[in-house]
Design a protein around this ligand. Structure first.
Ligand code: HEC
Length: 117
C-alpha cells in the first residue's frame, strides 16, 4: 500500500513538472525570437532586462517604445510588423511573466536550453 502511494506521488510530481516546463507562451516566444532577438537576445534574456511594470509601461505607451527605435529601421519594422501588432497582448503578458522580478527560470525544452544570451 505504501509503495502504491509513493508511486502515485512520483507520477503526480512528474506531471506537475512537465506541465510547469510548458508554462510559457511558445507562440509569443517565437514571435519575439523572429522580431526582437537579433538586437535584444533570446526572449527570456530580453524579458529579464526589465521589471514587470516597465514592460507594462512600454506596451501601454507604444509611442515611447517606437521613439526608442526611431534610429533603428529594423527595430521600427519589427514594432510595425503585423505579427507584433496582432499579438501585442500576448507579448506583453510573456514579457511581464518572465520579467526581472518574476522569478521565472526556464530549463531545457525544444525552443530554449537554459542559456541566457
Ligand atoms: C534593430 C535592432 C532592434 C530590434 C530589432 C528591436 N530593438 Fe528594441 N531596442 C533597440 C535598441 C538599440 C534599444 C535601446 C537600448 C538602450 O538604450 O539601452 C532598444 C530598446 C528597447 C526597449 C526599451 C527598454 C530597453 O531595454 O532599453 C524596449 C521595450 C524594446 N526595445 C522592445 C523591443 C521589442 C518588443 C522588439 C521586437 C518587437 C524590439 N525592441 C526590436 C534595438 C532593437
Amino acid at each position: 500500500m505504501k509503495k502504491i502511494l509513493i508511486g502515485t506521488m512520483v507520477i503526480g510530481g512528474f506531471f506537475t513538472l512537465s506541465h510547469a516546463a510548458e508554462k510559457y507562451d511558445t507562440r509569443a516566444f517565437r514571435i519575439v525570437t523572429k522580431l526582437c532577438t537579433s538586437c535584444h537576445g533570446t526572449p527570456f534574456y530580453m524579458a529579464k532586462q526589465l521589471d514587470s511594470d516597465d514592460w507594462a509601461y512600454f506596451f501601454d505607451n507604444e509611442k515611447k517604445m517606437m521613439k526608442i527605435h526611431k534610429n533603428k529601421p529594423k527595430g521600427m519594422a519589427s514594432l510595425k510588423n503585423k505579427l507584433f501588432q496582432n499579438h501585442k497582448k500576448r507579448l506583453k503578458k510573456f514579457f511581464v511573466k518572465n520579467s526581472k522580478d518574476s522569478g521565472a527560470v526556464h530549463g531545457c525544452d525544444a525552443n530554449f536550453c537554459g542559456t541566457h544570451h
